[in-house]
Design a protein around this ligand. Structure first.
Ligand code: DGY
Length: 428
């Protein structure tokens, strides 16, 4: 990309971050998502810090100020009253001083904190901030393995599709069929007032999302009970890779700050988890698959979750195979990375996580591949992503065949990822 175009993109990305900035947190986009979301914020912190390092740290501090006493970090913090979103605090009823949801989201904070720290120009500020966040992120990681890996398998389960961040992925279809819908309270969706219904999850999926929320609520959001009580328990390679990468990064950060106990604990989590990830590998498909903890089976669904696994330190042979699989996908979709294999009849290029490309996923896959020595594919993803933004602007997600922008507009984490991709491009 030439310098003028790069400067133009950078200015547009910075303007979106400013537009969605609420002072101590950012909203993902106006209207559709009017509160603070967990993994949105941690990835957004990387972009914010390029403009103002203190503001980057503040984004994560605000999120962790709402960590639950047991260590869980909720997926939404409802900082303000806003009836434009459903389900709001009255549905979750988690009883927190500032209302939050009762489930979590991909644990990217350990990765983000290390990256903010390593890149910091203000080293003193970075050390103070990282020292304060370190034990909080460590507690979240401990919470995960204590509550979502009760049989000590090395990997954690998600109990709700919203926890994965890939809400309506084809990966969950079979397991969701086991979730009943009887007895759910009547509700009105608000997302369809802000986005095209054809780009969003269906009513059948929402009914099941809400049944799970109401079931967990009836158990008083007691995390010791939720895992075994949930009919939906999925081990997602992408979700686990994010957690394991964060454990590894937190381990390194802790070591550098002289916190040996935290370093050891998190490195052990990462080591054990990476060994267990091997059980999710499919030679036949050349990627990782999800595991359904209820049925005990691997799920035959070629989604981006199985490629996002490359964000963690998977064996080099696996990283190479993931890069090859991405190479195949470039034949099927002009814009990387489709969230589901376009060759699957269930693929839908416009519907949220059933096909569209998402910049955050591109960023994490490219980062992992570059680290594993697959720099050619990493550069392809970065260049392809920037070309997509130049063509289609800063949307929530995109049709990977045409590049059509979909979902919400002026999207915060898309802008943050553009700033990071541009930074890497400038550094060569
Ligand atoms: C939504 O409301 O669509 C979110 O993805 C849930 O976190």
């Amino acid at each position: 990309m030439n310098i003028a175009n790069a400067l133009d993109l950078r200015a547009k990305a910075a303007a979106i971050l400013a537009e969605n900035d609420r002072g101590h947190y950012t909203v993902p986009t106006k209207g559709l998502y009017p509160f603070q979301w967990n993994w949105d914020s941690c990835l957004t912190a990387l972009g914010l810090a390029q403009i103002d390092e203190n503001r980057g740290w503040l984004e994560m501090e605000t999120l962790f100020a709402h960590q639950w006493p047991d260590g869980m970090v909720p997926h939404i913090v409802f900082h303000e009253q806003d009836d434009g979103y459903f389900p709001g605090p009255d549905v979750w009823q988690t009883g927190r001083p500032t209302p939050t949801s009762g489930i979590t989201q991909p644990a990217v904070a350990g990765f983000a904190a290390k990256r903010l720290h390593d890149r910091a120009r203000d080293k003193k500020l970075a050390e103070t901030k990282a020292r304060a966040l370190l034990p909080l992120i460590d507690r979240w990681h401990q919470w995960f393995f204590a509550n979502r890996d009760p049989a000590n398998e090395g990997l954690v389960a998600i109990l709700h599709p919203w926890e994965s961040g890939r809400d309506n992925s084809i990966d969950w279809d079979e397991a969701l069929e086991r979730v009943p819908t009887d007895g759910i309270e009547p509700y009105t969706r608000r997302d369809l007032e802000h986005a095209d219904a054809a780009h969003r999850p269906t009513k059948a999926q929402y009914d099941r999302y809400l049944w799970l929320v109401e079931r967990f609520r009836s158990l008083g959001w007691d995390d010791a009970k939720l895992h075994d009580a949930s009919p939906f328990k999925l081990v997602d390679p992408g979700f686990n890779a994010i957690l394991l990468r964060s454990c590894e990064d937190l381990g390194d950060l802790a070591e550098g700050l002289g916190e040996g106990k935290i370093a050891k604990r998190n490195r052990d989590f990462a080591k054990r988890g990476l060994l267990a990830m091997e059980r999710l590998w499919s030679d036949e498909h050349g990627q990782y698959l999800c595991h359904d903890r209820t049925s005990g089976e691997l799920i035959e669904s070629l989604s981006v979750g199985g490629l996002l696994a490359a964000f963690a330190a998977i064996p080099p042979s696996r990283a190479k195979a993931v890069a090859q699989r991405l190479g195949q996908l470039t034949q099927e979709a002009r814009y990387l990375v489709p969230s589901h294999d376009p060759a699957d009849p269930r693929f839908d290029g416009k519907r949220y996580w059933r096909g569209p490309a998402w910049l955050i996923v591109n960023y994490m896959i490219a980062d992992g591949l570059a680290r594993a020595g697959q720099s050619e594919m990493a550069a392809t993803i970065r260049e392809n992503s920037l070309a997509l933004i130049e063509k289609s602007g800063f949307a929530e997600y995109y049709d990977p065949r045409t590049g059509e922008p979909l979902g919400g507009g002026s999207f915060t984490w898309t802008a943050a990822m553009v700033l990071d991709f541009l930074r890497e491009e400038a550094l060569g």
